[in-house]
Design a binder for this molecule. Sequence first.
Ligand code: PMP
Ligand code: GLU
Length: 397
Amino acid sequence: MLKFSDRVLSMEESATLAMSRKSRELKSQGLDIISLSLGEPDFHTPDFIKEAAVEAMEQNFTTYTPVPGYDDLRQAIVDKFKRDNGLDYEKDQIVVSTGAKQSIANLMMSLVNPGDEVLIPAPYWVSYIEIVKVAGGIPVIIESSIDTDFKVNGAAIKAKITDKTKAIIFSSPCNPTGSVYSEEELKDIAKAFADRKNIVIISDEIYEHINFVGGHTSIGTIKEVYDQTVTINGLSKAWAMTGWRIGYIGAPKAIAAACNKVQGQFTSGANSIAQRASIAALKKDPSYLSEMLGAFKNRRTLVLNALRGMEGVEVNEPEGAFYFFPDVSSFFGKSHDGKVIKDANDLSLYLLEEALVAVVTGDAFGDPNCIRISYATDEATLTKAMNRIETALQKLK
Ligand code: PMP
Ligand code: GLU
């Protein structure tokens, strides 16, 4: 019998993608499933971006691309980093990839040797852990809780640093908690690395534009850590371009060169047409996104009020991204119709079967007391989903 590699056998399937597959299957069987499982904007890619893609095809941008991305796309990214983040990069510090997910994979393949440790504050995005493991690394989790708005501080990070620590990776705004680190908090985190120049800080800023508090700070702007920081971003979330698969990094030159080498062997340069379209998006003033942000803000208020009104649900107020990460542990040990809810896995399956609403277990994000709810869908659907969830939770005794 075929024996698969230990690498793939020890890898978990992406819980976000698994839940969205499950809800698609149930929908195709005719069930009226509301999917709040996937972090994907329900908006369409703006027309001016689609037009740039059509133009690219007409101009025959259909061949292999330079591995780190078209020169003018990398220039547009340099300009974007300066305009939006106050970050100074040169073109050879930029590598464009097939989604930010590939940027993360390139980085871990470039940096991590078997046995190296990578710090990951929890709750974390599902794929960080698995990508670190595939690279042979050991994920070292830094716990947080709803009481600190799911954030960690410099002291907690410092306590986990060892001689084997190679990198830290975190997102702000955070998937799954929506927490946003302030400049002060990032300075405190940066201090933990001031005398550890060999540790790479990987800052995933893909939700940068979906921020309700206003200011987004990139940790790379703190000059003591600029030369050990990699800034990750991408087009998927802000520009509703999840299917186009474009992400990118700004990094110290040597790290960018290593990612370029890895990518050259694994996938080559990212899709030519999507790259041309991304230039149009990145050149646009981000104020273009204010309508989308307004819609997310209203949805956030709607879901926050609904969750706060549900007995047994504890929730923080997310400042960015488009997720809620409520603590539902008060339902553990309760049951309905003989179904006992032991943990968040059981609760998310119960909500799928009883409320026909798909959410993702917090287990996959490093907090087994929580579930993740994506609110990237319209208000009428969200209202219906919240009512269904409340009714199902009330049945648990
Ligand atoms: N980082 C975070 C925190 C995410 O939520 C996602 C979700 N897609 C990604 C990276 C990867 O994005 P993509 O590959 O679509 O650019
Ligand atoms: N990042 C999104 C999420 O967390 C998309 C799914 C994925 O890429 O895993 O739902």
